[in-house]
Design a binder for this molecule. Structure first.
Ligand SMILES: Nc1ncnc2c1ncn2[C@@H]1O[C@H](COP(=O)(O)OP(=O)(O)O)[C@@H](O)[C@H]1O
Ligand SMILES: O=C(O)[C@@H](O)C(=O)COP(=O)(O)O
Length: 406
């Protein structure tokens, strides 16, 4: 293995695994820390953690253990995959995890760039933009767990880190890889501007000898080439058979996808109240789903008022846990009944579903949308979608692509 990735959530892991696979690297996505050696022909190994909002000490411990395993498999470069909106709080977890990784592997310089231009995330003058809005005016300032109220990444990271934070400007990046490389000689976490994929490729080339990087999936765009890999479309063998869609994301994009899919397929909505009370049976839901003549949708996605009301009555954690448990058990029931195609919306929801399926190692297929690949778990095809990603017809597109030959 040449590149080892520690991803702080599940959909984020599949996002960067897609970038590396499209860069021509054989990639495996590990749903948990493997307890055995990886295939020797692997170019990159991506380990999905659930550390984005975990207590700091837990996030650091999990990340260091993962780093050790990746190094033991031969990884020459370690990437900490975080959200392209830099989701974190003043307590962490990006800064503390990055500091600990840098100390652990003796990395003086760490490149930090969450830009993902294809999905509208760019870094300019050290500030993170979502489309034409600064991060703190993009809606992320209202995120329930990691509200992002400052777009200046230098300040955000400095508040979380004990290391020096430096900056390489867009003007330097556009001068080319040698100019960038000369900015990467300081002992610091270095925020690097990037507004286009070409910038990320320049940064990737400049970071050839840097052992620790941190970013969204865009940070990996230029890395496979350093190891002699050439871009290619990931292979896919068609998967037909029964399908379903599970959606636990309440993001605006997902709610649009739910509304569009409801018009063309059978759908059942799970009310948070019924789930918390234990009135929803995964077995009954699985029986209903398998009896449909086209892939049905089962969702808890709701608008912010509905979510707030349920959280107020039952507590945020209780509602989330109850819904995730139902989806996890539902996935297991569907798999036992021979489901072959499954689309999941939401990062936490995807983590719960993959746990329910007992998946350990997933192979990466072609993209359904920027940041979302098809993935293969045994005989089953999956698409694990970050809440914010994908167009309105994403669910239908994913199910169709699964049946094609890639
Ligand atoms: N109707 C609802 N009310 C309250 N919480 C919900 C509801 N539906 C889903 N949730 C919870 O909201 C969270 C959504 O997070 P996630 O799946 O990561 O989506 P996203 O990728 O959009 O952040 C999950 O923990 C899920 O269980
Ligand atoms: O980098 C990104 O934006 C995604 O890969 C990601 O991490 C999204 O997280 P969720 O929206 O919580 O799925």
């Amino acid at each position: 293995m040449k590149i080892g990735v520690i991803a702080d959530d599940f959909t984020g892991a599949s996002d960067i695994a897609l970038t590396l696979a499209e860069g021509g690297m054989p990639v495996s996505l590990f749903a948990r820390m493997p307890d055995k050696p990886a295939d020797t022909d692997l170019g990159a190994g991506v380990v999905a953690l659930k550390s984005r909002t975990a207590p700091v000490e837990e996030a650091v411990a999990q990340s260091l253990a993962t780093c050790d395993w990746l190094l033991s498999q031969g990884a020459e470069q370690i990437v900490l995959k975080v959200c392209s909106t830099f989701d974190s709080t003043p307590a962490g977890n990006i800064g503390p995890v990055l500091d600990a990784l840098a100390d652990h592997i003796g990395a003086e310089t760490c490149v930090v760039c969450p830009a993902f231009p294809e999905n509208g995330r760019s870094v300019y003058q050290g500030h993170l933009f979502v489309g034409d809005r600064l991060l703190n005016e993009s809606g992320m300032e209202n995120h329930p767990l990691t509200p992002m109220t400052d777009a200046d990444l230098r300040r955000v990271l400095a508040a979380q880190s004990t290391r020096q934070v430096a900056h390489v400007r867009a003007q330097v990046v556009s001068s080319g890889e040698e100019a960038v490389a000369s900015g990467l000689t300081q002992s610091a976490h270095v925020i690097v501007d990037a507004i286009a994929d070409a910038d990320l490729r320049t940064i990737g080339r400049a970071a050839r000898d840097i052992r620790l990087l941190c970013g969204g999936s865009g940070i990996a765009l230029g890395l496979p080439e350093n190891f002699g890999f050439q871009p290619q479309r990931p292979a896919w063998d068609s998967v037909g058979g029964p399908g379903a869609v599970i959606s636990g994301s309440c993001s605006l994009a997902t709610r649009g996808q739910v509304a569009a899919y409801r018009k063309v397929a059978p759908a059942r909505k799970l009310e948070a109240e019924a789930v918390v009370r234990g009135d929803v049976s995964p077995t009954g839901l699985a029986d209903w789903a398998m009896a449909q003549s086209s892939p049905p949708l089962i969702y808890s996605s709701a608008d912010p008022d509905e979510v707030r009301a349920a959280q107020k009555t039952y507590g945020r954690e209780n509602v989330a846990e109850a819904i995730e448990t139902v989806f996890s058990n539902l996935a297991a029931e569907l798999s036992a009944r021979g489901l072959r195609r499954l689309v999941v919306a939401g990062g936490e929801t995807s983590g719960a579903v993959v746990t329910g399926l007992g998946a350990r190692e997933l192979k990466i297929g072609p993209r359904v949308a920027p940041g979302v690949p098809l993935v293969r778990h045994g005989e089953m095809a999956l698409a694990l979608k970050s809440g914010n990603f994908g167009g309105e017809a994403f669910f239908s597109e994913a199910l169709q692509l699964m049946e094609s030959d890639g």
